[in-house]
Design a protein around this ligand. Sequence first.
Ligand SMILES: Nc1ncnc2c1ncn2[C@@H]1O[C@H](COP(=O)(O)OP(=O)(O)OP(=O)(O)O)[C@@H](O)[C@H]1O
Length: 342
Amino acid sequence: MGFLDFFSKDVAIDLGTANTLIFIRGKGIVLNEPSIVALDRNSRKVVAIGSEARQMHEKTHRDIITIKPLGGGVIADYEAAEELIRGLIKKTQKDFSGSIRRMVIGIPSGITEVEKRAVRDSAEHVGAKEVYLVAEPMAAAIGIGLDVEAPFGNMIVDIGGGTTEIAVISLSGLAAGESIRVAGTEITNAILQHFRKTYNLAIGERTAEEIKIKIGSAYELEEELIATVKGRNLVTSLPEQRDVSSPEIREAIAEPIGQIVNAVRRCLETTPPELSADILDRGILLTGGGALIKGLDKRLSDETKLPVHVGEDPLTAVVRGTGKVLENLEKYQKVLMQTKRI
Ligand SMILES: Nc1ncnc2c1ncn2[C@@H]1O[C@H](COP(=O)(O)OP(=O)(O)OP(=O)(O)O)[C@@H](O)[C@H]1O
């Protein structure tokens, strides 16, 4: 380790809609917190970041507002996004002191030049001297250990909070791809809408997400499940609870799940034939939190007639990938996204 290395650190980040994960060279993943910022409504001063801000989300005092700065997988609120990066990096200070030298950030592949620029600016504003961007599906593929440099095709479907990224990777590049802004958050919203429309029951976002995680599915389950939901009846304005079954939730989330399935099909249709043959042999790999929806692998396999596997520890795939890129920048030169100066 050189003298300068002692005072400066290299970090890799998965700046996600739902969660932000931070990896520090030589240490691994040191932080995994929700991408939420709580602000004082009047002064706009930051009150809490990450997990503490999530505690406040939806239960906010009238003087505090909570913001998810990465709407749809991209920066929706620039100032809040910068506060988020700054605040979360600060939380890792116990793991290192000094400045940041290199920063590798995983971002959606469908992001525009302006959005890329915004991510880069935020990273520079928090002090990074060198900033590198990697497409999320590429990072996810590297994270789960695929040989992205090899001359054969691998299909990866990364279902995060805001975006589903589908990519065929070969020779360190994206040979085909689809990026849609339908993922975990839309699925949670579909559950929320279902209760509102069907039972006049208003439930919170966290409750809807819990139901999704507990009993949400994309394919018939061997043993169907039941969960209890608590909310507020919109007609009587009184608290209410009711039981709900997994087939009912499957129906409620059919629309966003169908959109993800269709996007995978579209990507397969545009994949060059040689690479299609590789995918036939190797199958499709699922990553991101959405990969954990029960039966999604079976559903995709049913619809595409291809083998489908869930990657190991899908929620940390992107950050592990950005971490590997950070630790082997030379080797992974080709996978870095270029940004134009604008
Ligand atoms: N066990 C589970 N079952 C179903 N969904 C889950 C599960 N665990 C997490 N999720 C969902 O995964 C999503 C978060 O995934 P992830 O952390 O990969 O996304 P992100 O990186 O924050 O988002 P993006 O990639 O869009 O920027 C959330 O919508 C969350 O509800």
